[in-house]
Design a protein around this ligand. Sequence first.
Ligand code: OGA
Ligand code: NI
Length: 377
Amino acid sequence: MAPVPIFPIKVGHIDDVQELRKTKPTTIPERYVRDQTERPTLATTLLSSSSSPTDDIHIPIINLSKLMKANNNTTTADEFHTEIVNLTTACQEWGFFQVVNHGIDLSLLESIEMVAKDFFMLPLEEKQKYPMAPGTVQGYGQAFVFSENQKLDWCNMFALGVEPHYIRNPKLWPSKPADFSETLESYSREVRKLCQNLLRYIAVSLGLKEDVFEEMFGVAVQAVRMNYYPPCSRPDLVMGLSPHSDGSALTILQQGKGSSVGLQILKDNTWVPVQPIPNALVINIGDTIEVLSNGKYKSVEHRAVTHKEKDRLSIVTFYAPSYEIEIGPMTELVDDVNNPCKYRRYNHGEYSKYYVTNKLQGKKTLDFAKIQVTNSS
Ligand code: OGA
Ligand code: NI
């Protein structure tokens, strides 16, 4: 979880974005100002109109209670099947969906949001007791910064490894707010169950045995990252979180109540905003499921943008296999005629290390696993 950089990393001075915001700068510091082509318009090319009607496009919604048929006698086989088909479409065409009736107590969602917000609102000196060292991914600060000239995201992050226990760095678990650790423990336990359930249905939707991922993953790795995006006077110039795909198997994202709309996913070359649904959780397929499904399900590129007046909080859980296991396309999903193998086999720990020691840059990290189609002519 916290790889030691091989050579010293010089990242220069990194301003704390919340502190920066307090000074209400009239111009945005250069390190946050994106080059023209990287600014957050919705169209991916500067030529197309930026006023595309993406507000009307919604990512799919999955009703988990229709899938939890074992505990729910009210769901018929037909309803179950229909929801599995919805899940297949969501994973295949979007890589993202929102899950409702997910079974996690709303009071727990509220509590985690509260402790996260309370943490970010602490004085800087307090938060800096838990610093994210350059080149590492746990603690308070900015992750994925590896050089002095890299552009920075308009975001403060607080990230912790949660499971298994050996990835924890207890020194980084904050003593304030007082109920932070206890709340994170309960929340993580519930989110873990949700991930296990979702992976079961994702396996079914791929025509695989339902416990295939659970058996394969070993003791799954779980980490949490809380992202706080202060308002920005020039949201057109900065990025809240650089475009990337997640290195996980699954990612569960909770958007803070009253937050601005900020998450966007890349669909058919257009950035589509994810409109929050109260109490729903946003799920996305990570790189690991893309590889295991031999590309049938895509780990979709996404990013976060900022808002002129509103702040935004997201609480993100990454769920991934144990570091020891080997990953590669499931043999059931590969055939020489229609589904040639697209990814090589690799050790998941090596991929994780590769992921966290590279800056976020769209889907580039997954080149690590891609079998390059060589042009023989
Ligand atoms: C992430 C992520 C998006 C958001 O943390 O990996 O994609 O809306 N976050 O905060
Ligand atoms: Ni992400």
